[in-house]
Design a binder for this molecule. Structure first.
Ligand code: SF4
Length: 455
């Protein structure tokens, strides 16, 4: 059988990635000021990757079939294939629907959690909407010997049959994502934590997140609230594989919260160190999971950059959005310890939260500058369809185009702020955080060091 993975994106002047925001994707639109436009271009050129689950599906299918990944609607292989695998996301929603209408004579498997949330939009006569973690669906299908034309064609007639292929899978049994083919045509980029790398491999060690911020976060929609981990042995084997196959020594962990399982993380770090893997990696984690024991160990294992959620400096704003984090003093200390030890930190703030005012946002910007992190990110509170927050906000949502739910636009009628206020405050946040001599020198110093020593 011939499969084409057709991964479509709208034509934008900022970065679009479908793997982030729990598979809903994000689009880093920093705003319209001159400075924001430069940032948009830089980030667009620095970070790029498809959804990991889609590349795992590619590896599953490839065992006995032909698989071709493309972002080009005019790719000739589309017309020639038996089935299309079609990754969905909110940030490309309208473009995806438009594309689906162009291929009504093709049988299409729509993957990604967003298509489940908006099933009525994606489910058509010629489509099957695969649920939740779609790599698990294809893994089970293959395991049960159902990956054949007869069975797949029947799925398009009896769509309820898909429910039979979601039994839990040992994550160690899934194949590695098909980065080998992908990287021949597209660059796996993440230039933020080193300027010298040729490839940065996205890797998934754990799935699921139990934290309370599922109120607005989409990760638990796709992966659930129970943490499931691959064995350390399996993760190490994958790292060794990419070192050999692609000469990679930089890895981007895409776990919702890396180091959520302390014992597992310690075991992982000790293996990386004892086997002298000589890698560098970046993670997204919770400040609660970084302490005096973990920071030096993670540093020794090769951690270069940690994304940590701070969201807001206001306790009132945080409480309202059901986000629980460590106290300000501790935030400062943990970030300082990381930075002093050589682990760069990117703090993540959200503006336009339901209880935000101009003053609370200005206070968050000042707090971001006060914290000793190298980088910071300011996104916009988004009541995503499918989350509890959406149910609360659905009657005051003003944005009609779902592609604009990219985490960088105000999408609802905020009681204290207009869309323009939020856009201006977002531009101001980036300008104030990055456009000052201290920060420019700090970043230049780090970039030069990375370049000289390839760290
Ligand atoms: S910690 Fe909160 S924001 Fe982060 S993945 Fe978990 S639920 Fe989402």
């Amino acid at each position: 059988m011939k499969f084409v993975i057709l991964d479509v994106y709208p034509d934008k002047k900022h970065r679009l990635v479908k793997d982030t925001a729990g598979g809903y994707g994000t689009g880093n639109d920093f705003g319209n000021s001159f400075f924001s436009k430069i940032l948009n271009k830089y980030v667009d050129q620095s970070i790029g990757m498809p959804a990991i689950e889609v590349m795992i599906i590619s590896s599953i299918l490839k065992k006995d079939n032909e698989v071709h990944y493309t972002r080009d609607l005019h790719d000739k292989k589309i017309l020639d294939c038996d089935y299309i695998i079609f990754p969905s996301s909110i940030i490309a929603h309208e473009t995806e629907l438009n594309t689906l209408s162009k291929f009504e004579n093709k049988k299409i498997f729509v993957t990604g959690i967003f298509a489940n949330t908006m099933k009525e939009k994606y489910l058509k006569k010629n489509t099957v909407v695969v649920k939740n973690e779609s790599d698990i669906f294809f893994y089970n299908l293959n395991k049960e010997g159902k990956l054949n034309v007869k069975f797949l064609d029947n799925l398009f007639l009896n769509k309820d049959l898909i429910d039979n292929f979601y039994s839990p899978v040992n994550l160690d049994d899934l194949p590695y994502p098909d980065w080998l083919s992908y990287s021949k045509k597209y660059r796996l980029r993440n230039d933020f934590f080193s300027l010298k790398e040729k490839v940065a491999i996205p890797i998934l060690a754990t799935r699921g997140c139990p934290y309370s911020c599922f109120f607005y976060c989409t990760y638990p929609l796709q992966q659930g609230r129970k943490v499931r981990a691959r064995s350390v042995k399996n993760i190490i084997e994958e790292i060794k594989y990419w070192k050999k196959a692609l000469g990679a020594n930089k890895f981007v962990f895409r776990d919702p919260v890396f180091s959520i399982n302390r014992k597992h993380t310690i075991e992982f770090c000790n293996e990386v160190i004892s086997q002298k893997l000589n890698i560098t990696f970046m993670v997204e984690t919770h400040l609660n999971n970084l302490d005096d024991e973990m920071i030096p160990l993670l540093k020794k294992a090769g951690l270069k950059l940690a994304y940590v959620g701070v969201e807001s400096s206001s306790h009132f704003v945080l409480k309202d959005m059901k986000r629980f984090t460590v106290e300000h003093d501790k935030q400062f200390q943990v970030i300082k310890k990381c930075e002093d030890s050589g682990i760069k930190v990117k703090t993540m703030f959200i503006i336009g939260n339901p209880e935000d005012t101009k003053d609370t946002i200005i206070a968050s910007i000042e707090y971001a500058k006060y914290l000793p992190s190298l980088y910071s990110q300011f996104s916009v509170f988004t009541p995503y369809p499918g989350t509890p927050a959406y149910n609360e906000f659905k009657d005051i949502i003003t944005e009609t185009k779902l592609e604009n739910f990219n985490q960088y636009n105000l999408t609802f009628n905020h009681k204290n702020l207009s869309k323009e206020d939020v856009s201006n405050l977002k531009s101001l946040a980036y300008y104030k955080y990055y456009f000052n001599l201290k920060k420019i020198l700090q970043i230049l110093k780090y970039s030069l060091k990375s370049k000289l020593y390839n760290i």
